[in-house]
Design a protein around this ligand. Sequence first.
Ligand SMILES: O=C([O-])CC(=O)C(=O)O
Ligand SMILES: [Mg+2]
Length: 289
Amino acid sequence: MAFRQRRERLRSILAGSACIRPGSVYDATSIRIAEDLGFELGMFGGSVASLAVLGDPDIALITLTELAEQMRRMSRASTLPVLVDADHGYGNALNVRRTVQELEAAGAAGLTIEDTLLPPAFGQAGTQLIPLEEGVGKMKAALDGRSDPSLIIMGRTGAVSVTGLDDTIERARAYEATGVDALFFTGIKSRGELETISAATRLPIVLGGAPEDMTALDYLAGQRVRIALQGHAPFAAATQAVYQTLKALREGTSPKNLNGLASAELTSRAMRDAEVKARAGAFLGLKNK
Ligand SMILES: O=C([O-])CC(=O)C(=O)O
Ligand SMILES: [Mg+2]
């Protein structure tokens, strides 16, 4: 499926009236599994990108090249639309423009650009934000960097837990005015905060994590939230499975007695074995067994 169609699918989620949960994806296998399970969207978080590619925490060590390459691998493996967490856009506004070009070429359906100061400044333990004007410049540069107008650009801020609600609204409105397609908020801790932000803005909202009393999808949909993230449990599950398996092997368990392995059917499905066999028949003259 052409990249444009994937982007149109994400566009229709944003234009709809429901709120969906994306599947957290980070490589070719995870995106195929999410697609097979019927997820409408994959979320490629910066944190899992860093874990999958580097094995490192989410502290802006991954490069744009590494992020885009991982996205490209997922785009080849599956047609599921993916929303990419492009962090701060890997530099200043000119770097943001380049980030958009690379992620567009890699097949992202949409991406977020946030106004967090990254990497963290010397001697600063807490999160800092860039000035609103710089954030606006980044959003404009992101829009300027897109050559496929169907690519979705989201302005993202975590200001609510850094500088507060008023600054969040000021930033959100300023980003809206640049022409971005949606707003992505992190750090919202109560219904009151969400409702105030929703009332003060007009674009579709994406919520990056929310407390327990804000999980009802119909409530979120009523606040114009179209996508609500749920963290990255699949990566944590994979880490645990690898740990248990290696531990059991190290302790002498025989491979045939291991628990929790993917069945032959699941593995075969994840690697698109039927399609590969059909191609081998068509192009290599092999009989499909
Ligand atoms: O995008 C998300 O899922 C949240 C986030 O910032 C990350 O995981 O890096
Ligand atoms: Mg992130």
